[in-house]
Ligand binder design. Structure first.
Ligand code: GAR
Length: 189
């Protein structure tokens, strides 16, 4: 059975595009891309991929509650099984998360529980760890605290720069995220 997915993004959308390209083999169908600003580059990728996109501009809402109500209304038309966060840089409220209990999945660019938050790659690089990586996890009411689904490690070599580390992390993400989603959809976690 193919699961219907909504992807949420706030940035470049390279993971969104990768998921779209790997969706068939992974058992899901991206029904809609939701972004939180009209400037999000992922919109251009959605257009190219012929995937519907909806802008729910955070700046147009005076409260988080109204913003999230608008997201729920947008998503409700698509018969969505899972919400997949791919570089979505907003903290969702407990109320929103409960409405999709165990059906929101996030990608984080570190080996959680280390280096939570917005700058997982840079924080690991600056700390000087020799191993970092990528985590796919369920979203709960905490920040980057939900149950871990899959992880993959990335070695930081002596000659890595922040840029080369970012590239390695993204490559690890492109492998891990579709595989981890497939595992969820197959009921293996
Ligand atoms: C990815 O590295 C993802 O792990 C990270 O944002 C990037 C999005 O890249 N997410 C977080 O930091 C969430 N806290 P993309 O827009 O090119 O897919």
């Amino acid at each position: 059975m193919v699961s219907n997915v909504a992807v949420f993004a706030s940035g470049g959308g390279s993971n969104f595009e990768n998921l779209a390209l790997r969706s068939r083999e992974s058992g899901f169908d991206i029904k809609v891309l939701i972004v939180d600003s009209p400037d999000v580059f992922a919109l251009k990728r959605a257009e190219k991929l012929n995937i519907p996109s909806i802008i729910i501009d955070r700046g147009a809402y005076s409260s988080k509650r109204e913003f999230e109500t608008a997201i729920r209304e947008a998503v409700s038309g698509f018969n969505i099984d899972y919400i997949v966060l791919a570089g979505f840089m907003r903290i969702l409220s407990a109320e929103f998360i409960n409405a999709y209990k165990d059906r929101i999945i996030n990608l984080h660019p570190s080996l959680l529980p280390s280096f939570k938050g917005r700058n997982g790659i840079e924080d690991a690089y600056n700390y000087g760890v020799k191993v970092t990586g990528v985590t796919v996890h369920y979203v709960d009411a905490g920040i980057d605290t939900g149950k871990i689904i899959e992880q993959s490690a990335v070695i930081i070599e002596e000659d890595d720069t922040l840029q080369s580390l970012e590239d390695k992390i993204h490559q690890a993400e492109y492998e891990l995220y579709p595989e981890a989603l497939k595992k969820v959809l197959d009921g293996r976690v």
